[in-house]
Design a protein around this ligand. Sequence first.
Ligand SMILES: Cc1cc2nc3c(=O)[nH]c(=O)nc-3n(C[C@H](O)[C@H](O)[C@H](O)COP(=O)(O)OP(=O)(O)OC[C@H]3O[C@@H](n4cnc5c(N)ncnc54)[C@H](O)[C@@H]3O)c2cc1C
Length: 306
Amino acid sequence: MDTKKLFEFIQNEDIGEARPDELLERYTTWRIGGPADIFCEPSDWKKCQRLLQTAQLYDIPVTFLGAGSNVLVADEGIRGLVIHTKGLKNISWKGRIVTAGSGVSLTNLSQAAYRRGLAGMEFASGIPGTLGGAVIMNAGAYGFFLDSIIVNVKTLTKAGESKNYNKEQLDFGYRTSALKSINELVVQASLNLHEGIPEDIRSLMDQYQKERREKQPLQLPNAGSVFRNPPGYSAGRLVEAVGAKGWRIGDAEVSTQHANFIVNQGKAKASDVINLIKEVQKAVGEKFLVQLETEIVILGFNNNGR
Ligand SMILES: Cc1cc2nc3c(=O)[nH]c(=O)nc-3n(C[C@H](O)[C@H](O)[C@H](O)COP(=O)(O)OP(=O)(O)OC[C@H]3O[C@@H](n4cnc5c(N)ncnc54)[C@H](O)[C@@H]3O)c2cc1C
């Protein structure tokens, strides 16, 4: 794995902002995560393509990162290249269809839709992720999921080949999509919105934001819901029912406000979070015979990238 050569390529070809040994805690909402061997923010999808092709040439593993709002990055960091999608931020409108780069934040996109009198993204206005991360995770809230508005998605394979998928090909489910396992870089997605009344759009967004502020521990670093809801159950209720609210390992703590959140009280390590997750899973398993699975994506723990 010749990361030095890849770094030289990035600089010589002006692929985008790049740094070696960049601490990933700066890019995750948990404020947790060790260094990436090489961290790069390509400025457009063509540069992503060349970067992927070159990483493959040098046999360097590649990991994708959006807003880092649904990931737990290992304390040892991630070996190889981490592509941060921040630079993929183009937005274009054609009637009710918006096509946006995967690095565009859901909040900005829903605000932009509102300003155009387009409805359909209100549910996403308080989700602190990027469009790319939301496609991978099929993000959703208040009974709405991103797949209900997706038209198509453009990706790059690890070999740099460009692909287009329509919604039916992506096998969306609860917090998942086919893209999660085929592991391609989402570069843009098109969403189908509908005309709405601006005041109604605004008031729904305000209502959702208010609910989030009331229910979620937003003043402390977190990564949203840690566990998926098992069929027929609420993960948060199960965690609460074993008395886990307030359990703490190091600076990682099961939120006293929302049992499905783990908050970073200061200097939590990824290992603290993992150990806390295991304790909660054990307690819930013993009491309810339910195996809680994580909703968050765990990156870097096998130390060979994805
Ligand atoms: C306070 C808070 C509230 C939240 N509320 C919700 C909620 O209501 N509903 C909900 O669904 N989620 C929620 N989340 C979780 C999270 O915001 C969403 O899952 C979001 O869609 C993740 O996007 P991201 O850009 O942060 O992805 P990341 O966390 O950066 O990445 C998530 C996964 O997607 C991959 N990935 C990211 N971008 C790309 C790309 N362009 N191409 C390929 N792979 C990519 C990563 O490798 C990783 O596997 C919440 C999180 C927080 C912190």
